[in-house]
Design a protein around this ligand. Structure first.
Ligand code: GLU
Length: 516
């Protein structure tokens, strides 16, 4: 028998920006689909009109595209099961709810909010542990099980608001084998008579999700752990709809935890920690609140995807850097952990640094150019290329290259006092003034290699050990005691600027030391 082709779906609700957990769910679906030679579809689950947020769907699409998660079927791509937005499929769900009623697996319920409140209060007063609309309580409520056929019909015809509830049979065992968690067994008495069709005619998440997964031929449901409690209900829905034999397999992904590992990661943690948990920046359309995005903070998409892929999965080897293709070939649901994954932004920064190192200099230069222009800094392509070469391996983010390179464009105003105290001694002052003269007399090409030779020869002729004065020289040129290759820095600055800086240092640094 040929294997059914793998079909997975990412099914976000457009209630706001997609957070890191949601993106990781999309990514794992994508990796699994690609590895299995299957299909990945995007379905927008927007049946809860109260929670609809304008802009959220566009945000989701943009975020997936940025990360390189390709969708085979979806609202933009279309496909054999279009439409892929549940609100556009609204009319289709009712038939399934009505079919369940016909089969005795669901019923109409007319209870008002007051009646439901009353029921809850009554049960709480009677100290019932779990207040539920279920096999016992349903018989005291206003529904098609307690009303006569005629009465039900009359109420429906009069246009009285109603919902359709699932009729959970008592004493049923619900079991399924989660690909990550193993066997999950729940007794049906723990499940309440969930609403399937709401009074506005819209299906609830549960009904729409199961109907669509079935119609769209989904073979694996890979989603966040927060949906695990709903899974037994979903299994029952498949059973009641007669679809159990083609039910998808479930894989519930671990939670993302706070940086310290204690509890679920929240937007508050991100705000407090000053790091992003959303792929792209997001401005709340109502409150105007802004949330940071990985993209805007300067993370590279490949680094972000690599970081997210390892939040809950590992390859079983020491390898940490994976291209998307490598992730696809290495990924397996068996190696997804059950335990929550700590969201460590330092790790994301490390990934970014690794990817930045591999990035083509030309790409970095192109990205940086406008930022220098914005700061009013005149910089030639050749200088930019030297700057990128000098700093690329030392920073976590492209933009850091700008802040780290500012010292090249304005001579130091201050000198690190500690280094000055330690290193700016008589010998250093002598050395620097000899070097100033030697540089002034030098007529060759002022490049890193030749400058180094010149320094070495000059120091030798004055009997000064080069190693003893190098930090003082750096201090004079940059104001700091440490940093990137000093010879290249001097090459980028050029002879005149270096001489100027040495002269400044001879005046100001010596004054600074005298004051100290
Ligand atoms: N619409 C649900 C969500 O927002 C989908 C859950 C599922 O994948 O079944 O996450």
């Amino acid at each position: 028998m040929s294997k059914t082709p793998v079909r997975v779906r990412f099914a976000p609700s457009p209630t706001g920006p997609l957070h890191a957990g949601g993106v990781r769910t999309a990514l794992y679906n994508y990796l699994f689909a690609r590895q299995q030679g299957g299909q990945m579809l995007l379905r927008i689950e927007d049946t809860d009109q109260n929670r609809f947020v304008p802009g959220a769907e566009a945000y989701i699409l943009e975020a997936l595209e940025w990360l390189g998660i390709e969708i085979d079927e979806g609202p933009q791509q279309g496909g054999p099961h279009a439409p892929y937005r549940q609100s556009d499929r609204k009319e289709m769900y009712r038939g399934y709810a009505e079919k369940l009623i016909e089969d005795g697996k669901a019923y109409y319920a007319f209870d008002t909010t007051e009646q439901l409140d009353e029921m809850r209060k009554r049960m709480e007063a009677a100290k019932v542990a779990a207040v539920q609309y279920n096999a016992i309580t349903r018989m005291e409520m206003t529904n098609s099980l307690t009303l006569s056929k005629e009465e039900t019909k009359a109420r429906l015809e009069s246009g009285e608001p109603y919902v359709i509830r699932m009729k959970i049979m008592p004493k049923e065992e619900v079991r399924f084998n989660d690909l990550i968690r193993g066997w999950v067994v729940v007794h049906s008495s723990q499940i309440d008579d969930k609403v399937l069709l709401k009074s506005d005619g819209m299906p609830t998440y549960h009904l729409a999700n199961i109907v669509d997964d079935h119609l769209m031929g989904i073979t694996h449901v890979i989603r966040g752990e927060e949906w695990l409690p709903s899974a037994p209900l979903h299994v029952l829905l498949y059973r009641y709809l007669g679809w159990e034999s083609t039910m998808p397999q479930f894989a519930h992904l671990p939670l993302l935890l706070k940086p310290d590992g204690n509890g679920k990661l929240s937007k508050r943690d991100a705000d407090l920690g000053g790091f992003p948990i959303f792929p792209l920046e997001w401005t709340d359309p109502v409150s105007g609140d802004k949330a940071r995005g990985f993209r805007e903070e300067g993370y590279l998409p490949a680094a972000t995807a690599n970081f997210l892929a390892l939040l809950g999965w590992n390859s079983g080897t020491e390898q940490e850097l994976f291209t998307m293709d490598e992730l696809i070939s290495n990924f397996s649901l068996e190696r997804v952990h059950k335990a929550g994954a700590r969201f460590d932004i330092q790790k994301a920064n490390w990934f970014n640094q690794q990817y930045l190192k591999q990035l083509d200099d030309a790409a970095v230069i192109a990205e940086l150019k406008p930022f220098y222009a914005e700061k009013g800094i005149d910089v030639t392509d050749e200088q930019l290329s030297q700057i990128v070469h000098l700093l690329k391996d030392r920073v976590h983010f492209t933009k850091e290259i700008i802040s780290e390179s500012l010292f090249l464009f304005s001579a130091p105003e201050n000198y690190d006092p500690e280094v000055a105290l330690k290193k700016w001694n008589e010998e250093a002052v002598n050395a620097v003034s000899h070097l100033k003269d030697a540089f002034a007399a030098f007529s060759g090409d002022f490049n890193a290699h030749d400058v180094k030779e010149l320094i070495s020869a000059t120091m030798e002729s004055h009997g000064i050990k080069m190693s003893k004065i190098m930090q003082a020289l750096r201090l004079a040129v940059t104001g700091a005691g440490a940093g990137p290759d000093l010879m290249i820095i001097m090459e980028i600055l050029g002879k005149d600027k270096v001489i100027q800086r040495l002269e400044n240092a001879l005046n100001r640094l010596s004054a600074q030391i005298r004051l100290a």
